[in-house]
Design a protein around this ligand. Sequence first.
Ligand SMILES: Cc1cc2nc3c(=O)[nH]c(=O)nc-3n(C[C@H](O)[C@H](O)[C@H](O)COP(=O)(O)OP(=O)(O)OC[C@H]3O[C@@H](n4cnc5c(N)ncnc54)[C@H](O)[C@@H]3O)c2cc1C
Length: 505
Amino acid sequence: MNHDRNEKIFVNFFILTTLFYSAIAETYSFSNDEFDKNLHWHTTNYKKCLNQFGNNCYDYIIAGAGTAGSILARKLSDNPRNKVLLIEQGYWLSLNPIVQNASQWHLVRLDPLIERGYVSTAQVGFGNRSIPLPRAQGTGGCNSMNAMVFLLGNRKDFDERWGKIDGWSWNDLSPYWDSIQETISPTQLDPKHPIMHKLLKGAIEIGYKYNPNPNNLNSEQGQGGVSARILMAKQISNNYAERRSSWNAYIQPILPRKNLDILVFTQVTKVLFNKNLQAIGITTYNVGKKEYVHFYSRKEVILSAGVFDTPKLLLLSGIGPCDELNKYKIKCLANVQGVGKNLQDHTFIKIWSAPLHDQETPLPMNIFGMWGALAIEENGEYYHGLDVGEINGKKIIQIYAETFHYKSRGSITLLDKNPFSKPVIDPNLLSNSYDINKTLHSIKIARTFLSTKTISELTEDFNEINTPLFHTNDKKKLLEWVQQNIKSDYHPSSTCTMGNRFQQR
Ligand SMILES: Cc1cc2nc3c(=O)[nH]c(=O)nc-3n(C[C@H](O)[C@H](O)[C@H](O)COP(=O)(O)OP(=O)(O)OC[C@H]3O[C@@H](n4cnc5c(N)ncnc54)[C@H](O)[C@@H]3O)c2cc1C
């Protein structure tokens, strides 16, 4: 198995099967235990599959109706010949007004029916703190809870890291970026609003180029530079903006659709394989009915359960590092080292200015509850979110200093073999000195921004900035402050190997 290749992993949905299977074993029995013993079920024939498994037979089964799962369900069911099943463990979030109201995005996380309460193990690089790693359940997944910033990936990342895998270069993916932008129709905030204009000007003063639209696929400039933020939200009236999640944009408009069945409050607990290691179905648990049901697929089982639950499901199903599965007495079907490994994330640390002179400064497009500018370093190494916030009752400029391309790598492992247990998540953040130095450098950029003529004219004395340790030259003390205050920016990724090479057991 090629581990280098495994490093070049990015997506967290994992297409498990090839297109067609051979023949249905006529003698197959339905019991779950029997199924495990009889891993030799095949089908090429939808009619046979239907005869054998009735309405529980589909062409495609998609586990997880989040950001990726919603788009896949729409695209696959656009072909009326495909019968598609989309399964989600949460509920219909399109019925929840707080989820739909863009300006209330920060409240969604407080709903325990949506936010799943994952936390990390104690992080050495974070002064032994455990940190929250929020994940949403329900239709739209994290796209129904996130901060709605709409920024395409970096061209260089695709070309240099994943472009070697067929179909994953920037140019290969550009038609999809185009199509997503058309469907989501994100909104760019007004760069001419007085305070936004100043933020942009301050960033230009320290060397960023103004970028009118970092998502413009035809621009020479690509993503670097500073721009007004672009959000997945749509202004409906003067005082209401609606979230544009992938669920709202892709699934809501086509409901009901005859060839797409959607199950909510239903958790996928296991993927079922035949002896050729083709995924042929899944086991589910319905929370309301308290019952287990099998569903079978003639073509593909697609796992889009997110960065933590997709590897968890694979491990529970016997796909992963065998030595790890043996510990839980899970029969190892394929020794795939990449499952649950290579976890990466971004972090941010918040820096704020001295109070603004003009405490009446009106905020632009406040309706989104989120606005401001984004400064992205030309090579996509740093990202600074700029806006106005409040500290101790005073308006200040705040900066979210964020770093990309970290070298630290973490992991997802099982707590036990119970599908209802949370996975053990160790992002292992800031475990690498390269990442520590990068984080300190991101603070330096923020400091330079606050000392520019444009920004210092807006605020009280630069020396009065009360971000702790802002003025210190003591690297050790600064690092301690960073370790106590840095957070995940909730962009974990890369926990499933992409590709189809593994050792069958
Ligand atoms: C608070 C927050 C703010 C963020 N802000 C931004 C932002 O501004 N811009 C941005 O681009 N990104 C942002 N992100 C990141 C982004 O939202 C995620 O990277 C992205 O939504 C992940 O998509 P996904 O399809 O991989 O997983 P998800 O969207 O998480 O979907 C996975 C779905 O699978 C379901 N599921 C899981 N296990 C099972 C199972 N066993 N059976 C059935 N269903 C299951 C889950 O309930 C969920 O609905 C943010 C994330 C968070 C948490």
